[in-house]
Design a protein around this ligand. Structure first.
Ligand code: 7JS
Ligand code: MG
Length: 214
């Protein structure tokens, strides 16, 4: 039967990238998406903004919502200090399988735990299952209708501390209007928009960075 796009992306990484070299894995995926098949990775333009925010925050605990094939997981993990606790959640088991192989190809398998399941189910389990008290940095890149319920879940579960940084992809395209309205109007967050484009296209998109103030 026909292969899937994530499977073809993994093959491209194994063919083009150097084992143990995260930069070459990132480049191989970007090349695949620009010259072979578009895929919903955060991409190089928004990825550079992600890099700069991760570097600025220098987090000790990180959560990513929406692993997909592990492109942003590799971008984040390659920048983390030793001993950082990094968890990424993915609900699609086929994506989990591909992401684990791409992360391992980059040599970053010891830096991150890929957990299969839905964010709504897993967020309340973070403390008991992974010994997390609060997250310093959260990257939201899953289904857009989950952004708002999940940020409320973070608050309810006491997973945010003063200064916790949330960075959300796709706030323009596909769009997360309710989430934007919430973080931009809530007195509990300081929000800033980073304009960019939908990965590998000229379509307008951007990232929203929100700092928890409580
Ligand atoms: O970066 C993303 C982009 C899109 C997307 C799909 C089709 C389009 F025509 C435009 C945008 C979906 C995502 C779903 C989850 C996480 N990220 C996404
Ligand atoms: Mg995205």
């Amino acid at each position: 039967t026909r292969s899937t796009r994530p499977q073809r992306m993994l093959k491209a990484v194994q063919k083009k990238a150097t084992k143990g070299d995260p930069e070459s894995v990132i480049s191989a995926i970007d090349y695949f998406c620009k010259h072979s098949e578009w895929a919903m990775n955060v991409g190089d333009e928004k990825g550079s903004i992600l890099d700069s925010v991760v570097t600025e925050v220098n987090p000790s605990t990180v959560l990513e919502l929406g692993t997909y094939c592990g492109y942003s997981t590799v971008r984040i993990a390659r920048l983390l200090s030793p001993g950082t606790k990094f968890i990424t959640l993915e609900f699609n088991p086929a994506n989990v399988t591909i992401a684990r192989q791409i992360i391992a190809y980059a040599g970053l398998q010891d830096k991150v735990t890929v957990v299969e399941g839905s964010s709504g189910d897993l967020i309340p389990q973070m403390k008991e299952r992974f010994g997390i008290t609060t997250f310093d940095f959260i990257f939201l890149d899953h289904w857009k209708d989950r952004y708002l319920p999940d940020i409320k879940l973070f608050e309810e579960c006491g997973l945010l501390r003063k200064g916790s940084v949330l960075l959300a992809d796709n706030v323009i395209c596909p769009g997360a209007p309710e989430y934007l309205e919430y973080v931009r109007n809530s007195p509990r967050y300081e929000s800033r928009y980073y304009p960019a484009h939908l990965e590998y296209t000229k379509v307008e998109d951007g990232l929203e960075k929100s700092v928890f103030l409580e």
